[in-house]
Write a protein that binds this ligand. Structure first.
Ligand code: MGD
Ligand code: MGD
Ligand code: MO
Length: 756
């Protein structure tokens, strides 16, 4: 896929500035003020994450109860400014830009064209989108859906910005239509967490709240880059650090935000003086997490052997867990030599981590994509749980599991039933509430959906948000699969690759964003979201909608459902879309924990969904938490091969690219780069900034991308890092995590050759 970029690349390895200091504040101002419509944006920012305002459309990190007037980070400001842009993609735009021309524009260019302003239809054989009325658009979709041989030939994707209310209506529509084909961005994100946790602790969600960060004695940050992706988390880490909490980072890249942080609102921060964040940095090899965790746990068990009864939490293990003996025996057979070889670390380093772990009364373990996007991702997560169980670090104050979610409502969407494998209990309650028989057969996840399209088993693709074509693995394979569709439909705010790589027919249904006023039935409505720590709260935008043609997500789904299900549904779709309280009443009857939804969510800070694990009432088969045993993965590389991980830059939100810079990693003007160890570069005869081609190797298949710049970087030998989504053509569709089926975006075997 074509993606032209700027011409300069500047490496700034020299002076290390702490993350989020003066530059960050200046950057916020720059992003907000440099374009027309600045005032609209500043007014908007002041409502960001306020009790009566809207939820940040960025990450899912929670808001503190005590909020300052400006409760947002530099990156939150960028996401908001992007949505509140004064630019518009209108019918005039599409008359000037046929698809054959749009496809040569970069992802960055597409997103910068502004907000989608009216519904558009591309007909069969045409190279152009033309305006269409909402009613005709719905009729068109209904017509195509009715011709399918089975409801399972349609796919209904969701991205994680969708509100609870929209998500609930969407899954209801899809299930009344007759399928569980609800792939979502979670399938590419924390699915490994959602697969791993229920088995061993009885919930798929985290067990900590923000207040626990004020009590923890140690925090482990595993495979996560908060400086760029969850910047508000750094405030929690900084204050924990100042009270003496110890922080261990486990990451192949020495990320600046994990090293040092300066609060933009503090004088020290403004002067560029940062707090040192990590007490210990374990710079493991890409994919070496199971090994590192085993190493740390071996060291913990050794300490217990030296001083029996003083290291492990024996009473917790006896009372609340099963499987400890089998776990201990298995771990004893794992050899330190293998742990060192697979992790790329020395046993002394892992012993140091164990010392910090054992020296802390209360420990929180945080993790994100560095853990979940590997072949062994489910093992990764369950090994984290093993470590935490050893000293009873689940279900007590100041301690627990903290999977750090991505999209701002990705967790809520799952709670609302966006899931291709819904629990039968959920389906039963849904069927009872609305008087129908929901389909029981499991649906397709994201990778399954792509394969079904490629093999002609699915023919219609509808997306509630997101950028499926760019975010998914194996870009060329996926693009061809999508092109083979009879109809693709995107319900979106901004133009992206998925509006350009489309089926025979394609529709764009433009919707309101988080920042905008949502008037229904003559009254302003609010929606709700659930953050990474299970807090459900309201979100309400106040800006005038970007165009008079926009509809809210619930209104679009209701309109679509009514047309498609005509005569087959008893749900009063239009009435629900006129009053979101009525949607919430149904949610209260169907979703556990939402019993008094309408009242509870009107409390200033919303309400918390507590799982049993938070109080050690583990809802597993045995009623206990489970120690689990996992083999040590063995990654072998042939000469000339590297293990590549894909990462986000500081200046992007997933497939939305804000600029070609990555300030904290010292890259300017380029995204087609490959980070390599300087010695590896020297041995391969590569110069800094030299253009190279990359080839991935998987089960005899080879995929290539061309014209990446080699950049020397502080990462372990034989590891490589590239940006998402530029490197996605290298990720094989068949390379997925065991059991969770998450694409292995963070471990791809590649070779590198100079570009010819
Ligand atoms: N500004 C901004 N915020 C975002 C996003 C964004 O794109 N931009 N995206 C949102 C979404 S959807 C998500 S899921 C989150 C993602 O948030 P993160 O998970 O922090 O994002 P990534 O950049 O994918 O990678 C995380 C880290 O994993 C490390 N890593 C890579 N491979 C390995 C490995 O093998 N082991 C270990 N231990 N670490 C490894 C990388 O060096 C990197 O520091 O952020 C959310 N917030
Ligand atoms: N190589 C590699 N690939 C990855 C990853 C990786 O780490 N490495 N990470 C994966 C992860 S964690 C994730 S979550 C996925 C992300 O995959 P997606 O969620 O599918 O992608 P996004 O880029 O977040 O989607 C951006 C688009 O969403 C639309 N949008 C924005 N706001 C709204 C809204 O309020 N409503 C609606 N309806 N639409 C809106 C806009 O049109 C925008 O262009 O990518 C995955 N892909
Ligand atoms: Mo994500």
């Amino acid at each position: 896929m074509h993606d032209p970029e700027g011409k300069r690349s500047e490496q700034r390895p020299g002076r290390e500035r702490p993350v989020a200091g003066l530059t960050a504040l200046g950057e916020t101002a720059r992003h907000t003020l440099r374009v027309p419509g600045a005032l609209r944006r500043v007014r908007t920012l002041l409502q960001l994450n306020q009790v009566r305002g809207f939820d940040c459309p960025g990450c899912a990190w929670p808001d503190p109860e005590e909020r300052s007037r400006a409760e947002f980070c530099e990156n939150g400001a960028k996401h908001v400014a992007h949505e509140a842009t004064p630019r518009r993609v209108t019918r005039k735009f599409f008359s000037r830009w046929p698809l054959s021309k749009l496809k040569d524009q970069s992802d960055h260019w597409l997103e910068q064209q502004g907000r989608l302003a009216e519904p558009m239809l591309k007909r069969r054989g045409s190279d152009r989108y033309e305006p269409v009325s909402w009613e005709d658009a719905f009729q068109h979709i209904a017509g195509v859906l009715r011709q399918l041989d089975s409801p399972n030939e349609a796919l209904f994707y969701t991205s994680g910005r969708t509100s609870n209310e929209a998500a609930f209506l969407y899954q209801l529509f899809v299930r009344q239509f007759g399928t569980n084909n609800l792939p979502d961005c979670s399938n590419m994100c924390h699915e490994s967490t959602s697969t791993a946790l229920p088995e061993v602790v009885g919930t798929g969600k985290g067990t900590v709240g923000l207040a626990d960060f004020d009590r923890a004695d140690a925090i482990f940050l595993i495979g996560q880059n908060p400086g760029s992706n969850h910047p508000r988390m750094l405030t929690s880490l900084q204050s924990a650090k100042r009270r003496g909490c110890r922080i261990v980072s486990i990451n192949p890249l020495r990320e600046r935000g994990l090293v040092s942080f300066a609060h933009p609102k503090e004088l020290r921060g403004l002067l560029g003086k940062g707090t040192l964040i990590s007490d210990l940095f374990l710079q493991l090899r890409v994919g070496g997490d199971v090994a590192v965790l085993k190493g740390i746990m071996k060291a913990v068990l050794e300490a217990e052997e030296r001083a029996p009864g003083s290291v492990l939490d024996g009473s917790f293990i006896r009372e609340y867990t099963t499987g400890f003996e089998a776990f201990r025996k298995a771990l004893q057979t794992v050899r330190w030599e293998d742990v060192e070889a697979q992790s790329g670390l020395l046993r002394g380093e892992m012993r140091q981590a164990a010392e910090i772990y054992v020296g802390a009364e209360r420990v929180i373990a945080c993790w994100a994509m560095g853990i979940t996007q590997h072949k062994h991702a489910v093992s990764n997560v369950q090994e984290i749980v093993n470590l935490m169980l050893l000293r009873g670090n689940i279900g007590k104050e100041g301690a627990g599991l903290c999977p750090v979610r991505g999209h701002s409502n990705v967790q809520g969407d799952r709670t609302m039933g966006i899931c291709e494998k819904p629990p039968s209990e959920f389906l039963e309650r849904l069927g009872k509430e609305f008087g129908f028989e929901p389909p029981q057969e499991h649906g397709l996840n994201t990778v399954g959906a792509i394969r079904a399209l490629a093999e002609g088993q699915a023919k219609v693709f509808i997306a509630l948000g997101g950028n499926f074509v760019a975010a998914t693995p194996d870009t060329h394979y996926t693009a061809n699969a999508v092109r083979s569709c009879r109809l693709t439909v995107q319900i979106s705010t901004m133009l992206n690759r998925s509006h350009v790589v489309v089926g025979e027919e394609a529709l764009i249904l433009p919707c309101l964003g988080r920042t905008e006023r949502d008037m229904q039935g003559g009254r302003p409505q609010f929606v709700t979201v659930e953050n990474s720590m299970c807090v459900v709260h309201r979100s309400q935008g106040h800006l005038a909608p970007a165009s008079k043609h926009l509809r809210s997500e619930p209104a679009i789904i209701a309109g679509l459902a009514e047309t498609v299900l005509k005569g087959r549904t008893k749900v009063p779709w239009k009435a629900l879309a006129r009053d979101y309280d009525r949607i919430r009443e149904h949610i209260a009857h169907v979703v556990r924990g939402f019993e008094n939804f309408n009242r509870a969510v009107r409390a200033p800070h919303g309400f918390v969904l507590q799982s049993g694990a938070c109080s050690r009432a583990f809802e597993t088969a045995s009623g206990r938490a489970h120690f689990s045993v996992h083999p040590l993965p063995r990654q072998t590389l042939e000469p000339g091969q590297y293990l590549m991980t894909t990462i986000r830059s500081h200046d992007q939100f997933n497939t939305t690219i804000y600029s070609f810079d990555d300030r904290y990693r010292g890259v300017r003007g380029h995204r087609r780069v490959v980070f390599l160890h300087p010695t590896d570069m020297a041995e391969a005869g590569l110069e800094e900034n030299q253009l190279v081609d990359l080839a991935s190797h998987f089960q005899g298949e080879i995929r290539t991308v061309a014209g990446f710049r080699a950049i020397p970087f502080d990462l372990p030998r034989r590891c490589a890092a590239t940006y998402f989504p530029e490197a996605n053509p290298l990720v094989p569709i068949g390379s997925i995590a065991d059991r969770s089926h998450t694409p292995t975006y963070k471990s791809i075997v590649i070779t590198i050759s100079p570009s010819s």
